[in-house]
Each structure stands twice: as C-alpha cells, then as structure tokens.
Design a protein around this ligand. Structure first.
Ligand code: ATP
Length: 306
C-alpha cells in the first residue's frame, strides 16, 4: 500500500498535468488505480521479458475522434539500444511514450515487446518491466529512503544505498541530519531539480527494468550538474533498451536512431551525423540550438564584462 500524504487538490492538478505532459507515470498509476479505463484482456498472462526489444508497427492513435495524433509510426528498439524522439512541441513524442506504458489503447497497428503484444499481457507486468525517468519527479511526503525504495518496495537497505550511490546522491543524503530518514517532499526538505532527478535515477536502478523511458528535463540545470546527471543517466541506460524524449540534441548525438516527429509522423530518421548532413528538419533544429547557445554565451560574456 502506498502511503500518500497529499492534499486532494494536488491530485487534480497532478492528473491534469499528466494528461498534458509525460511526467511521473509510474506514481500516477498507483494514484489512479480506480480511474483506469484500460483493462487487462481476459486471461492475460504476465509479460515475459527476454531481451526488452520494443517494436511499434504502423501505430495510429488519436485522443479525440477525427484528430490523429500519431500516424503510421513504425520503429524498433533492439536489445540495449537507444532511440531518441525529437520534434516540435505537440508532435507526438510523449504520446509514443504513454502508449508504450499503455496509458491508452491504440486503434490500429501494434506495440510489441519481446514478441508479445502489450494489449495481451497484464498491465502490472508491463509496468514492472519499464522504468520511467520523468522530467519532473514528484516526491512523496515521506523519507528519502522510502522515495528511493519506491522503485522496488521489497528492496533491502543495502540495495537502497547501492542505488543511491549509483545515482550519485548517497553523499548528499549523508549530509542531511537524519540521513536516509530525512523527510522530503512538500513538508520536508525541498530537493533541487537535479537532486529529484537523481532520486528518479536511484528508483530506476533499484527497479532494474529491461526498458527505460526517459523524458529529458527541459528546465536548465547548471552545466556541471547537467554533466554529472548525464553520466548517471548513461550508466543507468547501459545494456537497457532506452527511449528518450530529447529536448537538447547535444544529449542524443550517440543515440542509435533518432526519430524526428512532426505532426504525428516520422519525417526523418537516422543517426545524428546522417541527419545533420540532410539539411532537413533535424539539421535546422541543430542549427537553431547552436545559435541560441552562442547567443547565451555572448549574453553571459556581456554580463560578466558589463
Ligand atoms: P511536447 O514537446 O510539448 O511535450 P509532444 O511532442 O510530447 O510535445 P504530445 O504531448 O505527444 O506532444 O501531444 C501530441 C498532440 O496530442 C498535441 O497536439 C496535444 O495537444 C495532443 N494531446 C496530448 N494529450 C492529449 C489529451 N489527453 N487529450 C487530447 N489531446 C491531447
């Protein structure tokens, strides 16, 4: 049983934001058990994970009738590889992630994990196989230990410490007067954006899923924090099938495949170098990000010399 010490209106806000953004879906499912309208197929068995291979075939989806949000999406993520989703706001990136988590059922096409259609397996087993690192991790009003342990409630204290070390937050926790028993969340210690992300990474390390869904934070962390987090993320994703919703293209230079979405369609695909050479949507996005980076460097130079 998950203990929640949250005001009721928090739930409403949270529910609305999850509808809009891909945020803390794992928590969300526990919170909204009664709200779910996706049900297990009669006699559904558990998803059997062999390699964690993910395949979308001709997936078409709409939230409301007559407005297709995804059109004919086909891609696969081999064992241990990384696929990145990029594209303008509203292009359908988060929707792909939500569908893999089976937040909604699709109309046509199929989503297959290790040869099994996700519609035919229990949702519980599906969600157990997938780790989610959201943009913005919502902490429970509970101890930091509980917040990490949430990844696998049966984990031992030693496992929790190992996960915290892997996420590079253990030393920080030791600086709290109550260490792992420190209360966090709305009524406890307020953790920074970077620290909350580390909690999410620690949770995921504990969960040890075959598949990871990663929603890259858009909120700017300082460059050093960013670099450190990136390192923890890379370690976490090693040997796991990973799908990243990327906002900063610099973080997906090494992705095995980049899918460029526009209005619910894949308009370009390939590796970074390949896409840069094409002078299409991706190359433009790349140029824009370089330009804005230069502009911000110039700005900060101006400020520091002013
Ligand atoms: P962003 O980068 O801004 O997060 P995105 O590429 O992830 O955008 P999605 O969130 O997948 O885009 O949304 C794709 C489209 O679906 C958008 O036009 C959005 O308005 C619409 N949409 C998203 N969620 C819902 C919903 N719950 N009901 C109706 N329409 C929705």
């Amino acid at each position: 049983i998950v203990q929640l010490y949250v005001p009721l209106n928090w739930f409403g806000t949270y529910y609305r934001s999850i509808q809009k953004n891909f945020i803390d879906m794992e928590n969300m499912f526990d919170l909204m058990k009664e709200e779910e309208d996706i049900i297990d197929a009669p006699g559904a068995g558990p998803l059997v994970i062999k390699k964690g291979i993910v395949e979308f075939s001709n997936v078409t989806f709409s939230y409301v009738p007559e407005r297709l949000v995804l059109k004919n999406i086909t891609f696969s993520v081999p064992h241990g590889k990384t696929v990145a989703l990029v594209g303008p706001s509203g292009s359908g990136k988060s929707t792909i992630i939500r569908l893999l988590f089976r937040f909604y059922d699709i109309e046509t096409g199929s989503i297959i994990i290790d040869g099994q259609n996700i519609k035919t397996v229990t949702q519980e087993s599906l969600r157990r196989a997938i780790g989610v690192v959201p943009q913005d991790t919502v902490l429970f009003n509970n101890t930091i230990r509980y917040n990490i342990k949430y990844g696998r409630l049966g984990a031992t204290d030693v496992d929790v410490i190992k996960a915290a070390q892997g996420a590079d937050i253990h030393n920080k926790i030791l600086t709290f007067p109550e260490q792992y028993e420190a209360q966090v969340g709305e009524r406890g210690l307020r953790l920074s954006g970077g620290e909350k992300q580390r909690v999410a990474i620690a949770r995921t390390l504990l969960k040890a899923p075959a598949i990871i869904l990663l929603d890259e934070a858009t909120s700017a962390l300082d460059t050093q924090t960013e670099r450190n987090i990136q390192e923890s993320l890379n370690k976490m994703c090693e040997n796991r099938t990973t799908i990243i919703v990327a906002h900063r293209l610099s973080t997906i230079i090494h992705a095995d495949e980049i899918l460029v979405l526009k209005d619910g369609e894949i308009v370009e695909r390939g590796r970074h170098e390949h896409l840069i050479g094409r002078e299409g949507v991706y190359a433009n996005m790349w140029k824009q990000q370089l330009d804005s980076k230069e502009a911000s460097i110039e700005n900060s130079l101006e400020q520091s010399t002013a």
